[in-house]
Design a protein around this ligand. Structure first.
Ligand code: FES
Ligand SMILES: [Fe+2]
Length: 326
């Protein structure tokens, strides 16, 4: 029977997941890592290409994380079977027979972007990674484990009503869904800055404007971004969440900062901006976390205004889930 994917802690959706930082895996190194209920290995060959394979050898199940990178292959530590970057077994010592194409382990689609290694949970990627290359250099703002499923965290930004009740935001016009495709939903927001709390006071101080335009976009089932301009400064934040075995999220947040070379070394302006954005995000998310970590999202009663949430749930079900077996 097909499982429900949305908010299900037992299955992992087809989406991109941030697995490790690129500097953790230099040429010739293999590391062990986990993705939900799976053991994985990440290794980098002589050709600089990173591979992510299911963690256990198809022979007797030794962990390949204890193995050795040889050229562009990985050798199991037990009986020295060798696998290439696609997980195909290419050498079995003391065996002259040709190796069957069936002797292989699952190899995840990999991409290196923003200084991190990402894998797609599926045979092939169904959509690209979020692209903010024109927004400057990404900085990892924080890592956090949250007791809430990634789908609920991601969907929260499409919940128009909660912006008013939890965050006390006023809108110039009702937020609109402006773009949809099969992996992304975007909500355009035009917020009235009336300086009634510290969040709005700070935004006003920085932008000298009574309006803040922002767009919130979901990417797949577990990533979301906020793009805005505070005064003349373009600000882009990317939230990524990875489902944990306990049904929570390992969450990593990135800030994309334009390079302001001249000022950077004099005032360390980047550090100041980073601090301000972190503070603003803290103001914005403080109300959410407590609610989301205690949410029992079962049999929801959707209203018309909740239609972006329903769209998100359908999108997650459409993408489906994937498990490679071995
Ligand atoms: S368990 Fe890997 S070669 Fe035997
Ligand atoms: Fe919120």
């Amino acid at each position: 029977m097909k499982e429900i994917v949305f908010n299900n802690p037992n299955v992992l959706g087809r989406s991109w997941y941030l697995l490790a930082s690129s500097i953790e895996v230099p040429k010739g190194k293999v590391i062990k890592t986990q993705l939900h209920d799976r053991e994985l290995v990440v290794f980098r060959g002589d050709n600089s290409k990173t591979s992510v394979l299911s963690g256990f050898c198809s022979h007797f199940g030794a962990h390949l994380g204890n193995g050795k990178v040889i050229g562009n292959t990985i050798q199991c530590s037990f009986h020295h079977w060798i696998y290439d970057q696609n997980g195909q077994c290419v050498d079995i010592p003391f065996q002259s027979k040709e190796i069957s194409k069936q002797v292989k382990i699952f190899s995840y689609p990999v991409q290196e972007k923003y200084g991190f290694i990402w894998v797609f949970n599926g045979e092939k990627p169904l959509f690209p990674l979020p692209d903010f290359q024109n927004k400057g250099k990404p900085i990892l703002l924080k890592n956090k484990i949250l007791k809430c499923h990634p789908h609920l965290l991601t969907m929260n930004g499409l919940d128009i009503q909660h912006f008013k009740t939890v965050h006390h935001l006023d809108f110039i016009a009702e937020p609109q869904i402006t773009q949809t495709n099969n992996f992304s939903i975007r909500l355009n927001l035009e917020i009235k800055i009336s300086r009634k709390n510290i969040f709005e006071k700070l935004i006003y101080l920085l932008s000298q404007s009574q309006t803040l335009k922002a767009s919130f976009t979901t990417w797949g089932s577990n990533m979301a971004s906020i793009e805005t301009n505070i005064g003349k400064l373009p600000v882009c934040v990317l939230f990524t969440h990875r489902l944990t075995l306990e049904g929570g999220s390992y969450s990593q947040t990135f800030l994309f900062l334009p390079t302001i070379k001249k000022l950077r070394w004099i005032f360390r302006l980047d550090l100041v901006i980073r601090f301000i954005v972190k503070f603003l995000l803290g103001c914005l998310l403080v109300g959410d976390i407590k609610i989301l970590e205690n949410l029992k999202f079962e049999n929801p009663k959707f209203l018309k205004v909740d239609s972006p949430l329903k769209m998100f749930i359908s999108l997650v079900e459409e993408l489906g889930y994937f498990s490679p077996g071995l």
